[in-house]
Design a protein around this ligand. Sequence first.
Ligand SMILES: [Zn+2]
Length: 453
Amino acid sequence: MPLLLSAATPATPPGAAELNLARAVLKQLVELDTSQTAGETTAAAEAVAARLREAGLPAADIQVVGPTAHKKNLVARLHGSGGRRPLLLLAHLDVVDARRADWSLDPFKLVERDGYFYGRGTQDDKSLAALWVAIVARLHREHAALDRDVILALTADEENGPDNGVTWLLGHERRLIDADLALTEGGGGELKGGRRLSLDVQPAEKSYVTFTIESKNKGGHSSLPEADNAIVHVAEAAARIHRHVFPLELGAITRAYFQRMADIEGGSVGADMRAVTATPPDAAAAARLSKTPLYNARLRTTCVPTQMQGGHAENALPQSARVTINCRVLPGHSADEVARALVGVIADPAVELAQIRSMDASPPSPLPAALLATIERAGAAVWPGTPVLPILLTGATDGRHLRAAGIPCYGLTGLFVDVDDIRAHGRDERLLVRSFIEAHDFLGRLVSALAVR
Ligand SMILES: [Zn+2]
């Protein structure tokens, strides 16, 4: 009785065509190797351009642009009435290297198994790219009454490399991506043991800056040790830096984070979270929370030794020794401030501090109540009862370049990942298929709420 069956079963659930497109684009993107070693994003940008042309977008609204033949970016635009300035949907096309020998599956083949998508980029950041493509295609197909342009940008060299797509676009083709606000990676959803903890929105991130500490010495024969030793100077300085605790500082985002997280966590941890947001913060509660690396990193600037080199021969006194110090700096603080603090901690004139790369300062984006309410409404439609949590990202995304250029940016993907199963950059990277499907629903609602009048 096929007629009865089809009458009882909705033929195609709403959005199914776009979800199929999102899956197809994800497969295509994962299977195009865009790692640093491959050094190529152009093929992925071209593949998406072809998908968008197939979806009916005019060729004139689809650009594949970039500084070199291999590092191109895709930018596409849906035209709105111009009532408001554009909304930018951003994801990166490049991925961290993945070696076949390290993985139990081929990292550049999308495999669906046990409810997961496996493959390099499934968490970071090709799922988001594929979802943006499907949402843009749907808005176009539906002739959505946009009151602002919606811009899609899929870019190169977010992970590393000389041709960062966002920086290049801001510097060379800003008109293509200039926007009132942007959405990108860096805030997803937190799952723990199958429990949905929070839908995260990330309006700010820490800044990244790296120093070296170095000591030089005249050296000599190792059979005649002297009091002064370059390795010991640097090792002791590194140990002091490692033990140094930067001052506790709760900005508006981290304060809101701990206030909301207190209710989610409950118990003694929840009580500590509440106590740390008091004025003044409870020092004992802060010390207990700081034992968790993620909470510690949200509460203060951190600096940590990450690499070391020293000496030139097994049987010689070291003529030089050097340790790399990587710092993650709270918004509102400069690299110079951190350098001054480190010099004070080192407290050794035989050790010289040098900054080896510039810091991209990233002012926090405001999170107005109306925007937060819009996010909460879209979230509640898909995950009723799951709270929206503003977070300060302890890592870094391309959002910092947009913020520095005056474009407010929010890390907001709705992709739920188990907090104990984060495999971005790691082996056997994977994403729950269910997370992908639900994020498609959530982001579709959110983009409509932000751009359809
Ligand atoms: Zn990423």
